[in-house]
Design a protein around this ligand. Structure first.
Ligand code: F6R
Length: 541
């Protein structure tokens, strides 16, 4: 089955209309199989327009509709006869005698079905069949059933179809409980099949259709035996949902992310890092199981701090009890879905690159300023992992030979000068030298030195704070210039708590870096990690 995913309903309708138009152009006396319901209305609108513009000619076309309620009067405005006249037949130059629907007011449904099947065969069979899909996987009115090897027949509608179709009727009791429908065998005899699906209500069944084998509980899966079927659907019907998990030192955040990269559900748990690794991971797995039972999630992505050994599938993180911890295997023991893991800074970069400030760029670099400096390199909208999966440690590039010693064992690492911890250190040093400064007053008032202290003192006109900030920006700019020279990304995005300073940080930084590469503040902030982790599941990035 070929799959065409369109952005929206309009695009789906146009794509389908082009296929029908080509069929009519190639074979003007073709036989079309048609469907009713809300899905093909846009297709019929397009066909009517094309016919009006003289682009297609229906005068030699024959049509057979899939189904009709039973019993129903043909002039009932809920009958499929009425629907087809309204949406297509009266709007194009088709000969109404060449249009066929099962007769819903017959006294003898059995003979009607036999005749209908015979008429299709006598017309030479259907060249192109248009199908919609029910939320329960039905095509035509072929409901989930053990026997689907059927031709046109009288059938009962399931409760879920009655429910779904009640939107067209005044009340649910008015929905007929039976219908005459082409069978699966009749449909499969068509030479070509176009299956349409639109909207979030079809998402679940479309993913079942694509991911499951042929089975009678999802009748549309029977189409998989046909050699020429194309599914045309919009993003809402197709795009999967993914669960993103962002493990942090204090909390673990969970988010269900839809195909438009929106977080549709959010939750969090305390990390409880004093507990053993196994207990932390079991908590995560339990929450994942609960969330995936409530949302149509198809994969789980996890962003974790620390170093991931992708060969051994283990994680070692300094601020968590993870020491060669087999997070991946432990999660897989209880989550019955594909699970993907990556470093949290990489996840945040991916999230920002796809759904945040980097959305318009192919390549992007994310710099997270915190205790250290985290980096995520995105090339071609994918995380650049390096040969061993640990690329992106930009905080440890050397900007000062014989500079300050770093926990990594080297000296002069960028994060010793440009992280938030470094800014705090620089602030404290300046206050020691200038105990009567405004900066000192601010600290005395707040009883704390943090990343915001310098900004506050600067605002109050402190020249000592100005100097600290000037020096800090110089350090930050040096590293960013180096990175830009190596990667020339489409954008550099700054994240981390200090980025809340916004323009007060950005304007002097942009000036100092003096590059044509745009430098931006993260738009997604804390959500970037969740969205990026969820995106690990999409196309297994
Ligand atoms: C209608 C038909 C049904 C619908 C299906 C989807 O002729 O055969 O299988 O295609 O119920 O209906 P909508 O498009 O209303 O969601």
């Amino acid at each position: 089955m070929r799959v065409i995913v369109c952005n929206d309903y309009d695009e789906m309708s146009k794509r389908a209309a082009k296929i029908v138009a080509s069929q009519i152009t190639l074979k003007p006396n073709c036989v079309l199989g048609l469907a009713t319901g809300s899905t093909p209305i846009g297709l019929y609108d397009n066909l009517a327009e094309m016919n009006k513009l003289g682009e297609i000619d229906f005068s030699d076309v024959t049509t057979f509709n899939l189904d009709e309620y039973y019993p129903i009067n043909l002039d009932n405005d809920q009958s499929y006869h009425y629907f087809m006249n309204e949406h297509l037949f009266t709007r194009v130059n088709i000969d109404i005698n060449s249009t066929h629907l099962p007769n819903g007011q017959t006294d003898d449904p059995e003979t009607e079905c036999e005749n209908y099947e015979k008429m299709i065969n006598d017309a030479g069979g259907i060249d192109l069949q248009i199908l919609g899909i029910g939320q329960n996987g039905h095509i035509g009115f072929n409901e989930p059933d053990n026997n689907l090897n059927t031709v046109t027949h009288l059938t009962g509608l399931t409760q879920s179809t009655i429910e779904a179709n009640s939107r067209f009727f005044e009340k649910k009791e008015d929905v007929p409980t039976r219908a005459l429908t082409m069978g699966i065998a009749s449909i499969l005899k068509s030479r070509k099949i176009v299956l349409l699906a639109s909207g979030r209500t079809k998402y679940k069944v479309v993913s079942e259709l694509l991911n499951e084998g042929i089975n009678t509980s999802v009748p549309a899966t029977m189409l998989k035996v046909h050699p020429d079927v194309v599914l045309i659907c919009d993003k809402e019907a197709y795009a999967s949902m993914y669960l993103g998990v962002d493990i942090g030192g204090t909390s673990i955040k969970f988010g269900v992310v839809d195909g438009f990269n929106n977080i549709v559900y959010k939750d969090s748990l305390p990390t409880q890092k004093d507990k053993p690794a196994r207990a932390i991971i079991d908590n995560i797995a339990k929450a994942c199981k609960d969330i995936t039972s409530r949302f149509p999630v198809t994969a789980v992505g996890v962003g974790t701090p620390g170093i991931i050994d992708f060969a051994k599938k283990t994680v070692t993180a300094a601020n968590l009890p993870f020491d060669n911890t087999p997070i991946f295997d432990w999660l897989k023991e209880s989550i019955n879905l594909p699970v993907y893991i990556n470093n949290d800074a990489n996840c945040a970069a991916l999230g920002e690159a796809v759904a945040g400030e980097g959305a318009g760029e192919k390549d992007m670099l994310m710099i997270t300023l915190g205790t250290g400096i985290g980096g995520g390199i995105i090339i071609d909208k994918k995380i650049y992992m390096g040969a061993k999966g640990d690329a992106g440690e930009i905080g440890h590039m050397c900007i000062e030979t014989n500079g300050k010693p770093c926990s990594c064992g080297n000296r002069g690492c960028w994060e010793k000068y440009a992280s938030v911890s470094a800014l705090i250190e620089q602030t404290e040093e300046a206050v020691l030298k200038n105990p009567n400064s405004i900066l000192a007053n601010v600290i005395a008032k707040n009883h704390v030195v943090d990343g915001k202290t310098v900004f506050e003192a600067k605002q109050k006109g402190c020249t000592v704070a100005d100097a600290v900030f000037e020096q800090y920006i110089e350090y930050l700019a040096v590293g960013i210039r180096n990175i830009i020279n190596i990667f020339r990304p489409g954008a550099v995005v700054i994240a981390g708590g200090i980025s809340e300073a916004g323009q007060a940080l950005l304007d002097p930084l942009v000036k100092k870096v003096d590059s044509s590469v745009p430098i931006k503040i993260s738009r997604l902030q804390n959500d970037a990690g969740i969205i990026g982790a969820a995106l690990l599941g999409e196309k297994n990035r």
